[in-house]
Design a protein around this ligand. Structure first.
Ligand SMILES: [Zn+2]
Length: 380
C-alpha cells in the first residue's frame, strides 16, 4: 500500500470511528469512550480495509449499516472516497443500499440520490446521472450542486444548448462558473451552425460569445474560418492575427494556416511583423514563435534567422547545443524541427494531460481553454 493510500484509509478509519462514537453515544454525552465499546464487526471491517480487502470491508459495513441508523454520514464519506478513488461500483453499492432503507430521513434520501448521480456521472452512465440530477435539482438545498453536475453531463453528451441552459439557471442562483465557460458553449454551437452552412447563425452566436467573455481567441478563429469560406481572405488574415495575438499558444497550430492564407509573396512580411510583435513582449513569446516556425519547416526563412540565433544562444537549455557555427547550428535546428514533428506539443495546465493535438476542452479533466504549448515549456 502506498503512503498516500495508507493516509487516505487512515482518514476513513478516523471518520468511521468518529461516526460510530457519534452514533452510539451522541456528541459530548459520554465522551471519551474506548475502542472496546465499539461493535466488534466494525473493527473487523477496519481490519479488512487496512489489509486491502475492500470488498469484504464493504460487505461488513453495509451489514452494520442496517443495524445502526446513526452512521449514515460515515457511509457518505466512505462512498465519496470510493468514488474519488475510481472504485465507482463500490460507491454505487453504498448509495443504493442507503436508498433501499425504508426509514431513511428525507434529507438523507436527497443526499444519497445526489451522491448516486455523481457515481453514475463518474462511471459514464450519463442518462442515469441526468435523470437523478434533474430530480435532485428540485431540492433548493442541493440545487446548485445538481445543476452544476447536470451542466457537466450535458458537456459530456455534447449537448451545448442544454449545457448553456444549466449555466443560465446557475447564473440565476448566483452559482455559475466563470463566464468563459458559457462563451465556449456558444462557440461550440457556432461551430455546429458552421457545419450546417448557417454562417449568419454562427456569427450571431459568436457575437453572443464575445459578449460573455473577451478577449475570446476561439471566436476570432471561428470568424476567420467563416471569412475564408466566404472568400474574404484579408478579413480571415486579420481575424487569425487577432486570435494569435490573444492566444500565442495557438501559433504552432495556426502559423501554417496563416502563411497559407497570406500566400508566398507576403510570407516574409508577415513573419517580420510576427517577430516584431513577439520581440515587443518577451523572450518566451519569441521562443514560441521560433518553435512554431521550426515545426512548420520555416528554419531557413530569412526574417527568422536572427530570432532563432537569439533564442538558441540565450536559452539556458538550448545554448548547450548552440555552437555559433552556421553549418552546425543549421543542422541542429533542423534536427530539433524533426523532433518537434513527433513531440507532444500541448499540455493542460489544470491536470497535466499532454498530447499532440490542441483542445479547447481538455479530454481528461474537462477544463476549458487550459492548454499551453508544451514542447516549449519542456525545453525552457
Ligand atoms: Zn486537463
Amino acid at each position: 500500500m502506498t503512503e498516500l493510500s495508507l493516509l487516505t484509509w487512515a482518514l476513513v478509519v478516523a471518520a468511521l470511528v468518529l461516526g460510530i462514537l457519534a452514533g452510539h453515544f451522541g456528541w459530548g454525552k459520554r465522551w471519551p469512550v474506548s475502542l472496546k465499546q465499539l461493535h466488534p464487526d466494525y473493527l473487523t471491517g477496519l481490519d479488512y480495509l487496512v489489509t486491502e480487502q475492500p470488498d469484504r470491508a464493504l460487505d461488513m459495513f453495509l451489514k452494520l449499516m442496517d443495524a445502526n441508523a446513526d452512521t449514515i454520514e460515515t457511509h457518505f464519506a466512505l462512498g465519496s472516497l470510493y468514488r474519488r478513488r475510481g472504485e465507482v461500483e463500490r460507491a454505487i453499492r453504498i448509495h443504493q443500499n442507503l436508498l433501499a432503507r425504508a426509514t431513511l430521513a428525507p434529507e438523507h434520501r436527497e443526499q444519497a440520490l445526489l451522491a448516486l448521480a455523481q457515481d453514475y456521472l463518474r462511471a459514464g452512465l450519463l442518462d442515469r446521472a441526468e435523470g437523478l440530477f434533474q430530480q435532485v435539482s428540485e431540492v433548493p438545498r442541493l440545487r446548485a450542486s445538481a445543476l452544476d453536475a447536470l451542466r457537466l453531463v450535458y458537456e459530456r453528451q455534447h449537448d451545448w444548448q442544454q449545457a448553456l441552459g444549466a449555466f443560465r439557471h446557475l447564473q440565476h442562483i448566483k452559482a455559475a462558473p466563470p463566464l468563459k465557460v458559457a462563451a465556449h458553449y456558444l462557440c461550440e454551437l457556432a461551430a455546429l451552425a458552421m457545419e450546417r452552412g448557417d454562417a449568419m447563425g454562427a456569427r450571431q452566436l459568436l457575437r453572443e460569445a464575445r459578449a460573455q467573455s473577451s478577449p475570446l481567441p476561439r471566436a476570432a478563429l471561428l470568424r476567420a474560418q467563416i471569412a475564408q469560406t466566404e472568400a474574404q481572405p484579408q478579413l480571415a488574415v486579420r481575424l487569425l492575427r487577432q486570435a494569435l495575438t490573444e492566444a500565442p499558444e495557438l501559433l504552432q497550430e495556426e502559423l501554417p494556416h496563416l502563411l497559407e492564407l497570406v500566400g508566398p509573396q507576403a510570407r516574409d512580411l508577415v513573419l517580420v511583423e510576427l517577430v516584431a510583435q513577439a520581440e515587443s513582449r518577451d523572450i518566451g513569446e519569441l521562443k514560441r514563435l521560433v518553435f512554431a516556425a521550426i515545426a512548420a519547416g520555416l528554419v531557413d526563412a530569412p526574417p527568422l534567422r536572427a530570432s532563432i540565433e537569439r533564442v538558441f544562444s540565450q536559452d539556458a537549455t538550448l545554448k548547450a547545443v548552440w555552437r555559433a557555427d552556421p553549418v552546425q547550428d543549421a543542422h541542429t535546428v533542423h534536427e530539433i524541427g524533426a523532433l518537434l514533428a513527433n513531440a507532444e506539443k500541448y499540455r493542460c495546465i489544470e491536470c497535466g494531460f499532454s498530447g499532440r493535438n490542441f483542445y479547447w476542452h481538455c479530454p481528461a479533466c474537462h477544463a476549458w481553454a487550459s492548454f499551453e504549448a508544451y514542447a516549449i515549456v519542456k525545453l525552457r
